[in-house]
Design a protein around this ligand. Structure first.
Ligand SMILES: CC(=O)N[C@H]1[C@@H](OP(=O)(O)OP(=O)(O)OC[C@H]2O[C@@H](n3ccc(=O)[nH]c3=O)[C@H](O)[C@@H]2O)O[C@H](CO)[C@@H](O)[C@@H]1O
Ligand SMILES: C=C(OP(=O)(O)O)C(=O)O
Length: 423
C-alpha cells in the first residue's frame, strides 16, 4: 500500500508553476471526439484521471500520444460508441463522453459513472438536457443506451447549476440543428475554457461565465491546438500549504481572478498576497484570524474543492470558525482524520465548528477522496511530528507529483510503496 510519510514543521519556500486544470482538461479531451482529425491539447496535467480519459478515448479508436504535457490526438476513426464499464466506474468524468459521442455519431452507451466518495452524485440533469435535445435514453441491464436521429436546439432550464451537466449539454448542442439556450448554467472558469475550445473548433457558443449560455448549432467543426487554463484548486492548495507552514511561495501560471473567493477569504484571515499578471506571491503572517462562516457555493462563491484545505488553515487560526458544505452531502470525511491530528472540529450535519489550536500533531490518516487527501498533506506539512497518509490513489487523481512539488519547496515528504524507512 502506497503512503506519504511527512515530517512536518518545515516552512515552504520557492516558486512553482501551477499545472493545467484537471476540470478543464477532462471535458476538453472528451470534446476532441466532436470532429475527426489531429488535435493538440497543451498544459494537460499528468494525472490518473487523465490516464483513464485517455484509456477510454483509445478504446473508442482514438490514437494519442503524450509529448511533455501536451497530448496529440487523432480522432478520425471511432470504432465503438460503447464506453467500457470498468473505465466508466473509475471516474465521474467518464460521463463527459456522452455529449460529444451523441453529437458526432448519434449514439452512445455508458453505465453509471464512479467517483462518488463525496456523496450522491446523480446524473439526472445530464440525461434531462440530452433528452430535451432529442436523445432517446433507455436504462437496462446496468447500461444507459442513448440514441438520436438528430439533435435539435432547445431551451434547457437546469434545476441547479451543475458544472458537468452544463458542459455535457454544451458539447452535445454544438452540432445540433438550431439554437440551444441553457438557463441556470454553471459559471465556473472551466466552462469558459470549454466554450473557448469549442469556438476555436468552429462552434458558435456565447455566454459561458454567466447563467445563460447560447449555442447556435453549426454544420462543421475542425481540429485545433489548444492550451488548458491553470488549475485554480491546485493553486489554492499550494497557497494554503505555504500559509500553514509559515512560508513564502511564488506561484506562476495562475489566474488570480479565478481564485477571487479563496483569495478574499485568505486576506480576511490575514495572509499577505500580491499578484501581478499570472503570478501570485503568498506570505504567511504570525497572526492568522478565524472567520465567522465559510459556505461552499457554485462559482463565483467559495469552491467546495477548497473546503477541506481551508478547514486545515482555519484549524490553525486563533478563534472559532464555521464551514458549511452546501454542494455535496458527503464531503466531510476528512474531519475525523484531522481530529486524529489534533484539530478541534465539531461536525453537525453539513456544518463543522472549528476551534483554532496552536498546532497539529502527526498521525496515521487516510485520504478518502481527492481534496480530503490534499488537506491531510497540508496538515502533515504543518504538523509537529510525522504523518503517514494512505489512499494516495485519490490524491493522484488531481495533483501532478504533489510530493515532488512540496519536496522542491523544502518539505520533508516521501512516497513509499513498500516498507517505510524513517525520514
Ligand atoms: C470534473 C469536474 O469538473 N468536477 C467538478 C464538478 O463536478 P460535477 O460536474 O460532478 O459537479 P456538479 O456541479 O454537477 O454537482 C453539483 C451538485 O449538483 C448535483 N447534481 C449534479 C448533476 C446532476 O445531474 N444532478 C445533480 O443533482 C450534485 O450531486 C452536486 O450536489 O463540479 C463540482 C462542483 O463545483 C466540483 O466539486 C468538481 O471538482
Ligand atoms: C470532486 C472533484 O473531482 P471529480 O468531479 O472529478 O470527482 C474534485 O476535483 O475535487
Amino acid at each position: 500500500m502506497e503512503q506519504f510519510v511527512i515530517k512536518g514543521g518545515k516552512p515552504l519556500y520557492g516558486t512553482v508553476r501551477v499545472q493545467g486544470a484537471k476540470n478543464s482538461a477532462l471535458p476538453i479531451l472528451a470534446a476532441t471526439l466532436l470532429v475527426g482529425g489531429i488535435h493538440e491539447i497543451q498544459d494537460v496535467p499528468r494525472l490518473s484521471d487523465i490516464d483513464v480519459m485517455n484509456r477510454i478515448l483509445k478504446a473508442l479508436g482514438v490514437k494519442l500520444r503524450w509529448e511533455g504535457n501536451s497530448i496529440k490526438l487523432e480522432t478520425s476513426a471511432i470504432k465503438t460508441t460503447r464506453i467500457p464499464e470498468a473505465l466508466m466506474r473509475q471516474m465521474r468524468s467518464s460521463i463527459f463522453l456522452m455529449g460529444p459521442l451523441l453529437a458526432r455519431t448519434g449514439e452512445v452507451t455508458v453505465s453509471r459513472p464512479g467517483g462518488c466518495a463525496i456523496g450522491a452524485r446523480p446524473i439526472d440533469l445530464h440525461l434531462k438536457g440530452l433528452r430535451l435535445l432529442g436523445a432517446e435514453i433507455r436504462e437496462a441491464d446496468g447500461n444507459i443506451y442513448c440514441s438520436a436521429g438528430k439533435l435539435t436546439g432547445t431551451e434547457i432550464d437546469l434545476d441547479l447549476p451543475s458544472v458537468g451537466a452544463t458542459e455535457n449539454i454544451m458539447m452535445a448542442a454544438v452540432l445540433a440543428e438550431g439554437v440551444t439556450v441553457i438557463r441556470n448554467a454553471a459559471r465556473e472558469p472551466e466552462i469558459v475554457d470549454l466554450q473557448r475550445f469549442l469556438n476555436r473548433m468552429g462552434a458558435d457558443v456565447h455566454g459561458a461565465g454567466t447563467g445563460v449560455i447560447t449555442i447556435r448549432g453549426v454544420k462543421h467543426l475542425h481540429p485545433v491546438s489548444y492550451g488548458i487554463i491553470p488549475d485554480r484548486i491546485v493553486a489554492g492548495t499550494l497557497t494554503i500549504a505555504a500559509v500553514v507552514t509559515g512560508g513564502e511561495v511564488l506561484l506562476t501560471h495562475v489566474v488570480p481572478d479565478h481564485m477571487k473567493s479563496t483569495l478574499d477569504l485568505l486576506e480576511q484571515i490575514g495572509v499577505e498576497l500580491k499578484n501581478e499578471g499570472d503570478a501570485l506571491w503568498v506570505q504567511s503572517t504570525p497572526q492568522l484570524k478565524s472567520v465567522s462562516n465559510v459556505v461552499t457555493e457554485p462559482y463565483p462563491g467559495f469552491p467546495t474543492d477548497m473546503q477541506p484545505q481551508m478547514m486545515v488553515l482555519l484549524s490553525l487560526t486563533q478563534g472559532e470558525s464555521v464551514i458549511s458544505e452546501q454542494i455535496f452531502d458527503g464531503r466531510l470525511k476528512h474531519v475525523h482524520e484531522l481530529i486524529r491530528m489534533g484539530a478541534d472540529l465539531t461536525p453537525e450535519n453539513n456544518q463543522v465548528n472549528i476551534r483554532g489550536v496552536p498546532y497539529l500533531t502527526g498521525a496515521a490518516v487516510e485520504a478518502t477522496d481527492l481534496r480530503a487527501g490534499a488537506a491531510l498533506v497540508i496538515a502533515g506539512l504543518a504538523a509537529r511530528g510525522t504523518t503517514h497518509i494512505s489512499g494516495l490513489n485519490h490524491i493522484d487523481r488531481g495533483y501532478e507529483r504533489l510530493d515532488q512539488t512540496f519536496l522542491r519547496l523544502g518539505a520533508q515528504i516521501q512516497r513509499y510503496t513498500g516498507k517505510v524507512a524513517s525520514l
